[in-house]
Design a protein around this ligand. Sequence first.
Ligand code: NAP
Length: 242
Amino acid sequence: MSENKKIALVTGASRGIGAAIAETLACDGYDIWLNYRSDHEAAQRVAEKVTACGRQCLLLPFDVADEEAVEGALSELLAEETPYILINNAGFARDGIMALMSRYDWQSVLNVHLDGFFLVTKLVVARMLRKRAGRIVNIVSTSGQTGVAGQVNYSAAKAGLIGATRSLAAEVAKRKILVNAVAPGFIETEMTADLPVDKILPTIPLARFGQAQEVADAVSFLCSDKATYITGQILAVNGGIV
Ligand code: NAP
């Protein structure tokens, strides 16, 4: 593996989809810069799995939506090394019907998905441009592709991220940086733990929730040498729901 292919930065990787992505990319041969916000013990458990794959893991706790925190955590590191891979995965939902949605629930969801993408990617892509190499994968959602009642804030954020994926892909293609998105449907994680499974299953052609590993495998493919002519695309991992 060439020198500039060594590191993958994964945001929101202390559990769920991000943890599966970090572990999978480690087994693909990348050292991991593992971001999360607050759950140190969970992040430590992921780090142990990364090291079990023979790779190094650097824990980077910061809020992706906090500009000072992002710059504080990444600026010095990026002066020394440039990740070949960036996975923008950190996120959460604050569901509720529009008529009752607080300004806080609207803004915090846009902040984590859109500001978080902007703040982290701006720093990393500047380094990738100099290296003329890189892969960026944004984790979006079925909710950003179709409408979902009760998720006006989350759908707006994920649809925005889909637009940003396509525009950034066009902007950096000449420097050999490929930018794509993966759009999961219903995946078994803490985020979906309280959903009414019985009502949802009949809407999924494959009749089951997906596993975080199935999303991680799609990300691994998009970051691999098997995906050198794919950019600006949204790859759905949703059991056929869209
Ligand atoms: P999850 O199990 O709730 O994990 C979320 C992760 O993001 C945690 O590691 C959490 O860290 C981190 N995080 C949250 N806010 C953060 C912030 N401001 N800064 C840094 N890290 C932050 O969620 P998940 O289900 O794996 O979802 C991961 C991504 O997939 C999200 O973008 C989500 O929108 C998307 N997605 C999920 C599904 C699904 O069905 N699960 C479907 C479509 C899309 P801490 O615990 O340390 O705060």
